[in-house]
Write a protein that binds this ligand. Structure first.
Ligand code: 13P
Length: 283
């Protein structure tokens, strides 16, 4: 069933689990993620970022994501990730996405606040919720830019959350998009300070490559939404490559099945680490 992300994150705040937010770019990935969520009875978030629309136009993938969520046996939120333009954010809302992110992390604080407030005002008209980012997560969602990590200032997080009234706040604690060059070690000192000073559910971007024990520490300390993109794409690619190597793919439909399997395996692994199995009923 299609649900609002806020409902999930507020429930997750009552425990020590987090919701996986999986980036998808085709039907096979949607099917693989939902198969894992249904098998484990987990709430889940399907998302796509604005930079990915070159490959997967929003007018096509958006209705697919919303329809898949409505059909699912578990609660599914449909989220527009790293929204950059008002035009695409509005399109996502028109298509029925239940949340949108405005990413003004590269802007000066006051401008980020002002533009985020505009997004909140727009989303409220649709009954949708909003995520925004304070500080700057490293890398870029599609790997095209090598953006430096700028860790979140807890004082700025307090001001940002109070002035914008966002429903979810992405913070930078040493995390970056894409595959890390070295194993990342997150700044739990910053996470604790932010968690102690704001009540809004926190979001961790750049989930690919974070150690399981660090994910666990995150979900126990206020991170309630964890974004996974590269790991899904890598898992789909590797599963397809191995299936060809092992002569499992005899035709197109076997290729499609291998893609679904790749997205499913990756989602299963993360759902277990995030401890969101069997949380579907409480949403
Ligand atoms: P990864 O590609 O590192 O998993 O990051 C995903 C993400 O944060 C999407 O917004």
């Amino acid at each position: 069933m299609l649900v609002n992300m806020k409902t999930m994150l507020l429930e997750a705040q009552k425990g020590s689990w987090a919701v996986g937010s999986f980036s998808v770019s085709n039907m096979e990935m949607v099917l693989g993620v939902l198969k894992a969520a249904e098998e484990t009875n987990s709430p889940v978030i399907l998302q796509i970022a604005e930079v990915r629309l070159k490959q997967s136009p929003l007018e096509l993938i958006g209705p697919l994501m919303v329809a898949a969520a409505k059909n699912a046996k578990v609660p599914v939120a449909v989220h527009f990730d790293h929204g950059l333009t008002k035009e695409k954010i509005k399109l996502a809302l028109d298509l029925g996405f239940t949340s949108v992110m405005f990413d003004g992390s590269h802007l000066p604080l006051e401008e980020n606040i002002a533009k985020t407030k505009e997004t909140v005002a727009l989303a409220r008209k649709y009954g949708a919720c909003v995520e925004a980012e304070i500080g700057c997560v490293g890398g870029s969602e599609d790997g095209s830019e090598d953006i430096a990590i700028n860790c979140t200032s807890p004082a700025q997080a307090v001001k940002f959350a109070a002035e914008t009234q966002v429903d979810a706040l992405a913070i930078a604690i040493g995390n970056a998009h894409g595959n890390y060059k070295e194993t990342p070690h997150l700044r739990f000192d910053i996470l604790s300070e932010v968690k102690a000073s704001v009540s809004v559910p926190l979001v961790l971007h750049g989930g690919t490559g974070i150690l399981p024990e660090e994910f666990i520490k995150c979900r126990e300390n206020g991170i309630k939404k964890i974004n996974i993109a590269t790991a899904t794409f890598d898992s789909v690619e590797n599963t397809v490559r191995n299936a060809y190597r092992d002569n499992i793919i005899k035709g197109y439909y076997d290729l499609q099945a291998a893609e679904v399997e790749g997205a499913y395996k990756n989602a299963m692994k993360h759902i277990e680490i995030f401890d969101c199995s069997n949380k579907a009923e409480i949403i």
